[in-house]
Design a protein around this ligand. Sequence first.
Ligand code: AGP
Length: 614
Amino acid sequence: MCGIIGVIGADDVLLTILEGLGRLEYRGYDSAGVVLSGHDGLWRCRAAEGTHSVSDLRGLAEDAPTRPGSGVGHTRWATHGEPTAANAHPHFDCTGRLAIVHNGIIENHVELSDRLVAAGHVLVSQTDSEVLCHLIESEMADGASLSDGMRRALGQVRGSFAVAAMHADEPDLVVASRRISPLIVGVGDGASFLASDIPALLGSTRELFALEDDQLAELRPGAVQVMTLDGAPARATALSIDWDVAASRQGGFDDFMTKEIHEQPTAVADTLLGRCRADGALVLDDASGLGAADLRAVERVCIVACGSSYHAALVGKYAIERWARLPTQVDIASEFRYRDPILDEGTLTIGVSQSGETVDTLQGLREARSLGSKILVVSNVVDSSMAREADGVLYTRAGPEIGVAATKTYLTQIVALEFLALVLAQARGSLSSTEIARLMDCMLGLPDHLDTVLERTKDVAAVAQALDEARDFFFLGRHVGHPVALEGALKLKEISYLRAEGYPAGELKHGPIALIEPGTVVVGIASRNDLWEKMCSSIQEVKSRGATIVLVGNDGDEQTAELADHMLWVPRTEPMLSPVVDAIPLQFLAYWLAKAHGHDVDRPRNLAKTVTVE
Ligand code: AGP
């Protein structure tokens, strides 16, 4: 998704912007641009699709003004208009003296654009964002300042925005604001900064603040003033930063995805760290605003999430229902708030989101709150928008995830949700303390199992090599193996662009089996659980129709191996925890198939790391 960085007063404004944009590349983008304050107005350069846009900017920036006082950069993920240089940000007004960058969607852009064009404005791109630039220009026509022009313009806008603007007449000022789309500001050593995400600023300052919806910030060298859109003084929320710059670099691995897959044992261990006290009491984060009484009062659970987070949530449902005996529903966040959900004070709504910024999930949580539900967020980003709005937060402690395809954040979400299921079980007394202690021990043993599976990447590479002609994949699982299958299929689609569908194995006979023919690859999650025999029957059915069978099975399980053309071996664990271990060979399978097809695993086409538009 789009990324923004703004810098004012730093020693090397352009370098700081380019480095920051480089650290935002992981969000996914298709074009990039920079605007700088120069001696005779604003200087801009933009680069688009088919190239490595941020690196191209470095070349294009050779004729940039020397020692600019301020500047703003942007990586764009196209929503309105193709990914061309003309549609790339920053956008100019009619005079070329006002520039803006924008993330989000201006929903009433057609209506605003018609009005502006009728008033004589000339718009040169197909974007909704350019409209905002001309709207600010028109609001400044009576001599209003940049801040006032922005305030008046944003008052007329419907939709979401994180926006930063500069004007040639006020070179020592950058003005920024947000609604729904995230934006942070920072100060340090005579300079001020803004960005859409923390990693962009990690190398510049650690004194960071999150702007709230409808706040506006005026950035001057070494000073940031925050106010509401009505002009009243306001405070942004201070952020606690515990990531370092090194954690967001590649560290010797071929790509971020490999690095992040290998970080999973540590990430899982960190997620559980300190959460089980010596007396057996399980604790949510210290900062969690949900106490034991709140947890005891929960009558049912509703989880909202998207993509991989949704798959983790499905595993969470099995655990919460089995261990805490609470009815649990899981909703795809983009559908949730449009179906008039029935929630009340007895419902605990859980938002699962690695970024904590996904707009569908954020809006779903707001809907749930408006219906009286308590909100708990499972997020990897401290002080993310969702975390700030929640009653309680359970942080996954996976560290920054740069690869667009979720790996370590997904695994830690499962662990966090299963841990939460035990917390709820303890609060409600639905499991004995002995059983909780046993399950907790199994969880704490997961990192060792993960280490074992990580050593087998070359075995999976050999399986991928044998499948490199295949084009159609079905992933089948039962019970907690079903979400594992869904995630395996999603991972393969995302980075290898191969057709892959995930199904509950029992559903196959109700239609999808018509698609099975020689050459179809069926990947089955066949680690041991209560439904293993039924799973094997489904595998027999597709095998007898000519499918190539790849099975995830437990070490030494020859009965499973007899059914398979290829095995992906994993250590045996407590069945409810098996999704954590079973996910890894599927991550590797997607990885090696993507590599075999020559794809960039960290930056798959069309995808964005943080989806801040509906
Ligand atoms: C997973 O590999 C994805 N890239 C995507 O499905 C992701 O899980 C989804 O967009 C949700 O993101 P979130 O966890 O940041 O809310």
